[in-house]
Design a protein around this ligand. Structure first.
Ligand SMILES: *Cc1c(COP(=O)(O)O)cnc(C)c1O
Length: 394
């Protein structure tokens, strides 16, 4: 066989493969597995968005190649949405770039800035793309540990100045997957200062921008004074509008950075189907009440889970955003052994925290993507099996 490219060999093995295998085996044995591993909204896309797609798809004008940077109508809607939600002014022509999902943009921005040997600063634990994308570009991801005692925010003073000076990109994601932590405007201001001092581009992954609870609103990094000079924000229709399968998202912010990303993209893809872009515009400009409804639903599931786990000895605080709960494994377990035990004894699938990086070890992630009754049953199965939390506190 022909040798594969080195960049493939640099990709770490898929860490969830083992747990996926256990899950498949349990299902094959007839176990009714409650799957709390899925980071994908379980409710459908709103009807008016689907109608906008079907109407747009009927128009042959949508059938040809889209403009590279996105449809002007959608870019305008994105700029208006940012102004309306976050008070951030964007020039739709130069400060908005439509993406085929934010994952695509996050992966490709690495190709725009990272040469072999270049350094990126990536949180750990984290959504894997920041790290694997760096590796594929031949770069060196430098982990910034997200520790419970720091509210799962990186501590910039722990990054050696020599490393910070070498770093080209810094990745952040708040509200955070997998820890469900949120960031303050003060933390973002510190980030801008750090980025300026060391000449680093900040890439804020804002996938859970609208998934927030109990009146909490997540700040946009771009609303930080000076942020647009040092960074970009990746935002997506996927999570707020239940549109993960549609593959439409956008990056906003520094025009120079977006221009660089656009050069990579114009040489790799040809944009998002115009009809999907028009449907995305309908999502951004249409009725927004479904966001509040979804958030109320996730918060209800969160309460069932957290109250349930706390009744078994955990000491979890209610989360402010994302549809995840990040919890420590009981004494005597690793992330992997605990996830395997929940699956074999309770038929409950959770995600082992070490899959998100070495600092995720000792935790597991629960996705709030099953209804309250299923969530309550999952907790009940733990109770019946005598699974409790003793030992170290979060
Ligand atoms: C879901 C998710 C994404 C990917 O979103 P798409 O726009 O669907 O590609 C990006 N970042 C984080 C942290 C996510 O959880």
């Amino acid at each position: 066989m022909v040798q594969r490219a080195r960049r493939i060999a640099t990709i770490p093995p898929y860490l969830f493969a083992e747990i996926d295998k256990l899950k498949a085996e349990a299902r094959a044995r007839g176990v009714d597995v409650i799957d709390l591993g899925i980071g994908d909204p379980d409710k459908p896309t709103p009807e008016h968005v689907i109608e906008a797609l079907t109407a747009a798809a009927q128009d042959p004008g949508t059938h040809r190649y889209p403009p590279y940077d996105g449809l002007p109508e959608l870019k305008r809607a994105i700029a208006d949405w940012y102004k309306d939600r976050y008070g951030v002014e964007l020039d739709p022509e130069t400060e908005v770039l439509v993406l085929i999902g934010s994952k695509e943009g996050l992966a490709h921005i690495l190709w725009a800035y990272v040469d072999p040997g270049d350094v990126t600063l990536v949180p750990d634990p984290a959504y894997p793309v920041y790290r694997t994308g760096t590796l594929m570009a031949g770069g060196i991801p430098h982990a910034m540990p997200l520790l419970a005692e720091n509210g799962f925010l990186p501590d910039y003073s722990a990054v050696e100045p020599a490393v910070a000076d070498k770093a080209k990109l810094l990745f952040l994601n708040y509200p955070n997957n997998p820890t469900a932590a949120v960031a303050t405007p003060e933390f973002f201001a510190t980030t801008v200062e750090f980025a300026r001092k060391h000449d680093i581009i900040v890439c804020h992954d804002f996938a859970y921008c609208e998934t927030t609870f109990d009146g909490y609103r997540a700040p946009s990094f771009l609303a930080t004074p000076g942020a647009k000079e040092v960074g970009v924000e990746f935002n997506s229709l996927s999570k707020p509008y239940n549109m993960t399968g549609w593959r439409v998202a956008f990056a906003v912010g520094n025009k120079d950075v977006l221009a660089a990303l656009s050069i990579i993209k114009t040489n790799i893809d040809s944009g998002v189907f115009n009809a999907v872009q028009l449907a995305a515009r309908a999502a951004l400009t249409g009725p927004q009440d479904m966001i509040a409804e979804m958030n109320k639903m996730y918060a209800g599931r969160r309460d069932v889970l957290i109250q349930g786990l706390n009744s078994l000895g955990w000491q979890l605080e209610p989360t402010k955003g994302t549809f995840y709960v990040w919890a420590p494994v009981p004494e005597g377990y690793t992330s992997k052994s605990f996830a395997a035990e929940l699956l074999s004894r309770c038929g409950v699938n959770v995600t082992p925290g070490n899959g998100y990086g070495e600092y995720g070890e000792g935790f597991f992630r629960v996705a709030l993507t099953v209804d309250e009754a299923r969530m309550a049953e999952a907790v009940q199965r733990l109770r019946e099996q005598g699974i409790t939390f003793t030992g170290k506190k979060r």
